[in-house]
Design a protein around this ligand. Structure first.
Ligand code: ZN
Ligand code: ZN
Length: 361
């Protein structure tokens, strides 16, 4: 198990390290392997960095993410020792990539670091537990009441072969999240909750989980609870859930990673940056690229946007709130204002929150 985790990580390190760091890597690895490593190093240097981005780094990171998630699901005993250890490791990988491949339009997020940390802890450690406590009894009651059992389907065989169940879960999760996310941009109250996620001025590993807890739960927790009571084969869940997890975990990677052809299969950082553009692309209404893991729904429903010029994928120059609001470092405000419980907005407006209006479509 450990080798399954360590090997992809070592590969990411070796492939992404700058020449100097790679040399150190060789030194640490031992002189016995120096000749072999020199050949590897020479061949790596012969390939341009952009080619590495396109063909190696992102796929390796994705496979690593997938592997870690599978290991985490099959080894709950490690989770009991270090809760959410796989996510923490992923944070480390993404931060490492951000350090190595500096993004040309990068903006510092240090002034909101405390808010980021609190938001990460709440959405990573508390949100799922609270949602499960509140929603699961209701979800479990329905099949129990109407069908006399805990799961909707009595046997997973009724749901078809494993490959079909994997595809069904991936389609259900991504379709639900696409429309929920779109609704969060189109409905006034849901936008109040979601708009905070759009105040960040750059995408970084640290603001992956910066969201109002209700906003986060509606998009990222609810659907998995529903999937859990359908009665899918555990093997199908074991494979499909990490598949839907890769994109979401990578979306906010602030590294200058070129997704290449993967931009059209997964929601890569290059795709998600346009969703966070301070300037909504002309003709795209409230926003574009709503997909959380796969961009297929954006392509089908006409909301996919990823311009290219001279063979290069373009990126927005400025990330930020489409209505021009500055970032907000006060976590309590993030939590209370959309519910109308923040004094300033309370005074301003006796309605729900009134801190924001939907940007014009
Ligand atoms: Zn959004
Ligand atoms: Zn985002």
């Amino acid at each position: 198990m450990l080798s399954l985790t360590v090997c992809p990580l070592a590969l990411v390190l070796a492939l992404t390290a700058k020449p100097g760091v790679r040399y150190l890597w060789c030194e640490l690895y031992g002189r016995r392997n120096f000749v072999r490593d020199s050949i590897v190093r020479a061949s790596l240097l012969a390939v341009s960095r952009s080619q590495l981005f396109n063909f190696v780094v992102l796929p390796v990171v994705m496979v690593t993410f997938f592997g870690l998630r599978v290991v985490a699901q099959t080894h709950p005993e490690i989770d009991a020792w270090i809760p959410k250890w796989d996510r923490l490791l992923l944070f480390a990988v993404v931060i490492l990539l951000e350090r190595i491949y500096h993004y040309r339009y990068a903006a510092s997020q240090r002034y909101v670091l405390t808010r980021d940390i609190i938001s990460n802890i709440v959405n990573l450690y508390v949100n799922g537990v609270v949602m499960a406590l509140l929603v699961l009894p209701v979800l479990l009651y329905l099949p129990q009441h109407f069908l006399g059992r805990q799961l909707v389907f009595a046997s997973s065989d009724q749901l078809g072969p494993i490959w079909l169940q994997i595809a069904t879960i991936a389609v259900l999760v991504s379709f639900f999240r696409y429309w929920m996310h779109r609704l969060q941009h189109e409905n006034q109250f849901l936008w109040e909750l979601h708009s905070y996620h759009h105040r960040v001025t750059d995408l970084k590993a640290f603001n992956t989980y910066v969201s109002h807890p209700i906003d986060y739960a509606l998009r990222n927790v609810l659907v998995y609870l529903v999937i859990g009571i359908v009665g899918f084969d555990p093997i199908a869940i074991l494979i499909a859930v990490p598949l839907t997890f890769i994109g979401g975990a990578l979306q906010h990677c602030g590294a200058d990673l070129n997704g290449g052809v993967l931009n059209y299969v997964f929601v890569t950082p290059q795709v998600h940056r346009w969703h966070h553009s301070a300037q909504v692309p002309e003709g795209y209404g409230h926003s574009c690229n709503y997909g959380v893991e796969f961009p297929i729904w954006d392509m089908l429903f006409g909301t996919f946007y990823l311009p290219r010029k001279n063979g290069e994928t373009l990126q927005p120059e400025r990330i930020g709130h489409p209505g021009g609001f500055p970032d907000e470092g006060n976590y309590l405000r993030l939590l209370l204002a959309p519910l109308g419980l923040w004094p300033r907005s309370w005074r301003k407006n006796f309605g729900l929150a009134g801190t924001e209006r939907l940007p014009r479509a």
